[in-house]
Design a binder for this molecule. Structure first.
Ligand SMILES: [Zn+2]
Length: 495
């Protein structure tokens, strides 16, 4: 008995030893800027004015093609606004208008051996719900400057990024930067409704012209302030993968009739139980490759005892996944999610409906597919009376490894402009226009270099969307450094 006990303690000690060894020998994956000082930009009042003007042009996009063609004049004015505001850009770069209201700018590099890079930012915005108008502190399309912020729809999503890129380009051109690598700037007009007449047509143009990008940067994740669990510093989250999407429509057709003598089970009963069964059987928790890299990049900066857990992620996988699954955003990070978003049933209170339907929207983790979702839902419902139809869908993206020159380039640029910020790859929960370029690059990064806390993130597609002016200046500075670093940073000079 004594021997067994001794053996047990010896094993326990060995295990603790291994855990501590892994923790104490962890190396930081963060980069320290050479000069150690942030590259800041004084408040540039013309840049502020430009973003205000951009917000004032209502470029709401619609999935309805008629409404979208009615909105054409707004997009025309927006493109005119860009041309008149950024004359140096339009006289120095080659511009192509694609499908009437999308822009592709080409800044030709001197070295054709370097793969071109592309920076993408959409010009359309989501509408503002009528019933929320009174909750806006400043008009949604006013572009008002107040409290050190520019207010309005699109300041964060995604005109803030587009205008920052244009400002950075102008500054680089004025400073005489001559690119060796060709850099494209693209802006689509319907990201918010799927990108079919915008990004998809730009991508098609690139395909026809045999373009392949060594680096593709789009909107997506941000410099999160106080968002990453246990980490106090701001974290630049770079989306190296994006979840897939599928909507399943469940329909049940059964005889209806008078509500005074109902059947034991109506079409609506069958539908409700199908929906509940799907809800009650969530997908398994999983760490996608980008989430595993996220853990590696942040482990060193985790406080104890979380550091021990992150340093031994294989052993504590279950614990890490369960901890994340406790919050809504964390849950979406570690599993394929499904949520009922639409239900159609019934006309009148004394009539039993015959045809009822529900839509469930799924967001799919990399490593799973739309087919996996359909199979699982069919198996879970297991009722022939429920017809399952597949609607809008796209598969999860490929994952771009953090061990790519493009990631190191973003990391280096971040270290220069934001020396206080940690950088980590991460999984993007929403969707971006980058999906239309999936076959045109092996290196997609979804990152808008702006500091945002939880409250600010909540204003995107919501109420009181606004950008803090000092942070907006940092964003411009980031793109300016990026344009310059893109010229010197090649796969051979990773570090
Ligand atoms: Zn957006």
């Amino acid at each position: 008995m004594k021997k067994i006990l001794l053996l047990f303690f010896a094993l326990l000690l060995a295990m603790v030893g291994v855990l501590m060894f892994n923790t104490l020998t962890l190396k930081s994956k963060q980069l320290i800027a050479e000069n150690g000082k942030p590259l800041t930009l004084a408040i540039d009042s013309s840049a502020v004015q430009h973003l205000r003007s951009a917000v004032q042009i209502n470029t709401v996009s619609y999935s309805d093609s008629l409404k979208m063609s009615e909105a054409k004049p707004h997009f025309d004015s927006f493109i005119d606004f860009l041309k008149t505001t950024y004359p140096l850009v339009f006289s120095s770069l080659e511009d192509t208008i694609i499908n009437g209201r999308n822009i592709l700018l080409k800044w030709k590099g001197s070295n054709p051996a370097l793969q071109p890079a592309i920076l993408y930012a959409h010009m359309d915005v989501v509408p503002v719900e009528q019933n929320t108008l009174t909750q806006w502190k400043h008009p949604a399309f006013g572009g008002v400057v107040a409290d050190n912020c520019i207010w309005g729809r699109g300041t964060l999503d995604d005109k803030g990024s587009l205008i920052s890129i244009m400002e950075a380009l102008t500054r680089s051109l004025s400073n005489g930067l001559k690119p060796s690598r060709t850099v494209f700037i693209a802006s689509g007009s319907d990201e918010e409704v799927g990108g079919k007449t915008g990004a998809a047509t730009i991508a098609q143009y690139c395909r026809i012209n045999n373009l392949h990008f060594g680096f593709y940067l789009d909107e997506g994740m941000v410099i999160a302030q106080g968002v990453v669990l246990k980490i106090k510093k701001d974290v630049a989250l770079i989306g190296t993968a994006e979840k897939g999407y599928v909507t399943l429509e469940l329909t049940v057709n059964l005889p209806g009739g008078h509500s005074s003598k109902p059947q034991r089970e109506t079409a609506l009963d069958v539908l409700l139980s199908a929906v509940k069964n799907v809800h009650d059987r969530p997908f398994e928790k999983m760490a996608a490759p980008s989430t595993q890299e996220f853990i590696d990049y942040l482990a060193y900066d985790m406080p104890m005892p979380a550091k021990v857990v992150f340093a031994n992620k294989r052993l504590f996988k279950g614990m890490i996944l369960s901890t994340y699954a406790k919050t809504d955003a964390g849950n979406a990070l570690v599993r394929t999610t499904g949520v009922t978003t639409v239900m159609n049933a019934g006309l009148q209170d004394n009539v039993i409906p015959t045809k009822v339907s529900a839509k469930i929207n799924f967001r799919i983790l990399p490593g799973q597919s739309t087919a996996d979702v359909v199979n699982r839902v069919t198996e879970t419902i297991n009722d022939k009376r429920v017809q399952i139809l597949t609607g809008e869908r796209f598969e999860p993206s490929k994952t771009t490894s953090a061990d790519t020159w493009g990631f190191k380039l973003l990391q280096k640029t971040s270290a220069e402009v934001f020396p206080d910020v940690l950088v980590a790859p991460s999984l993007m929960l929403g969707s971006t226009d980058s999906k239309h370029f999936a076959d045109l690059t092996d290196a997609t990064y979804r990152f808008f270099p702006i500091r945002l806390d939880n409250e600010a993130i909540g204003t995107i597609h919501g109420i009181n969307e606004r950008i803090k002016i000092p942070y907006f200046m940092e964003t411009i500075r980031f793109y300016e450094s990026l344009l310059s670093n893109l010229q010197t940073f090649t796969p051979e000079s990773k570090k």
